[in-house]
Design a protein around this ligand. Structure first.
Ligand code: ADP
Length: 183
């Protein structure tokens, strides 16, 4: 029996990810997991100091991998922290490392029974990954991973939201999703 197209479970929205009412939000963290600027700073501010205290126990996180904590004062009960690659021109496995961030985050989500989650545009801020390319990788990787995890016809993840902070990111993600749907 064919499974539903996983692209139908992807949604592009504009806003602040810290307001998302989902089971988990994903943080574009750095390898220290001790907080930073951009979306990382916003998540730590909204979650409160207990998030940093839990992150301190995790011993960092290598690029491309993911770790999970509670969400504390956030509406989302869980935060999945993943570390995107710094863009170095495209010849340093950046695409594969970014793809791994999405795959590993989804794997952790499934392991924790998470059904709805929200991603920011990992690496597309201070880390300098070109936005169009980052959006295509995000959508293609999430769709492919959902397809694999739904192989037994019981999809555990109901919705994945891509939360775009800027007007431009929102346009780019909408275009990337509609192009994927047209294929
Ligand atoms: P990275 O270091 O992985 O590039 P950044 O935090 O610098 O991470 O940026 C990643 C993306 O998150 C950028 O597109 C940025 O505009 C966006 N962003 C920043 N703050 C928020 C927020 N509160 N909610 C959602 N996205 C955000």
């Amino acid at each position: 029996m064919p499974t539903a197209d996983p692209l139908n479970r992807l949604v592009v929205v504009q806003g602040d990810i810290t307001h998302e009412m989902v089971d988990a939000i994903v943080n574009a963290a750095n390898e220290s997991l001790l907080g930073g600027g951009g979306v990382d700073g916003a998540i730590h501010r909204a979650a409160g100091p207990e998030l940093l205290a839990e992150c301190r126990q995790l011993g960092g996180c290598p690029t491309g991998q993911a770790k999970i904590t509670r969400g504390y004062d956030l509406p989302a009960p869980w935060v999945i922290h993943t570390v995107g690659p710094v863009w170095q021109g495209g010849q340093h496995h950046e695409d594969e490392l970014l793809s791994r961030c999405y795959r590993n985050s989804l794997t952790l989500a499934v392991e924790h029974g998470i059904r709805t989650l929200a991603f920011p545009a990992i690496s597309a801020g201070v880390y300098g990954f070109p936005l169009e390319r980052a959006a295509e990788i995000a959508i293609a990787t999430v769709a492919a991973t959902l397809d694999q995890t739904a192989a037994n016809d019981t999809p555990t993840i109901a919705q994945v939201r891509f939360v775009c902070f800027s007007d431009r990111a929102y346009q780019v993600y909408q275009t990337a999703l509609s192009e994927a749907l047209d294929r």
